[in-house]
Design a protein around this ligand. Sequence first.
Ligand SMILES: C[S@@+](CC[C@H](N)C(=O)[O-])C[C@H]1O[C@@H](n2cnc3c(N)ncnc32)[C@H](O)[C@@H]1O
Length: 244
Amino acid sequence: MQALAAMYDPYSIARLAEHTIPETARCLVLGVGASRIAAHLADRAPYGEVVATDTDHTHTVRHPRVRQLTHDIATDPLPQGPWDVIHARLLLGHLPQRDTLLATLADVLQHNGLLVVEELAGTWPFSVLDAPDLHEADRLYATYGRAFGAVLAAQGVDLTWSRRVHAHMRNLGLDVDTQVHAATWTGNSPGTQLPWASAGLLRDQLTAHGMARADITAFRDLLRRHDLRVLGNAAVSTIGLRTH
Ligand SMILES: C[S@@+](CC[C@H](N)C(=O)[O-])C[C@H]1O[C@@H](n2cnc3c(N)ncnc32)[C@H](O)[C@@H]1O
């Protein structure tokens, strides 16, 4: 959670900076995790209201003007709209109801309201920028990417959804802009700690989807090296504006 926040908060905040947010804005941050997005919106809208939802608030960053709501987006009714800003990062892509939920969120947007949906696109085959053995590092990253993608797909994650959000939002009548960001990370930094942790937690599933145990160990060892440089997974940020 902390690694996700460290990797993607600066970009999400830069995307929000492209838009005017009224000082009285009502903002809804869904599946907030450890991100600072809700706290950031509370500072941008000092006379507004910010609600941060999650099924589990263990990691939620406290802010005096952010109301934490324990809420399951898949089953619970949305808190009463309309909303000037709705932000959902790395949440909807994991949920089978993602398309219906997107339509529901578009419906509760205020006029000139923003619907921000950010998901990751895997960049594994071309992640490695520098490593002691470039060929071997490329091989390990690509092997992990194939197996990890298969694990996610088996869990119902649609890996194309980060791109599909754009067309869905257009069909919902929003003015839509999509941008992509990927940053450079060294070994043993947030961008490499995340796959290190995932590869450890998912060892059995990765093996079941074709990654040899020796490769998982070698991949994790690589991710701790200070002379490794990689591109983190691309954050695909789609913002829909309700203009009518
Ligand atoms: C991958 S994390 C992303 C956290 C944060 N949005 C970020 O980008 O750093 C997904 C978050 O959504 C929460 N979550 C998962 N399923 C949820 C649901 N059905 N309703 C609300 N939150 C959910 C998890 O507890 C977790 O905090």
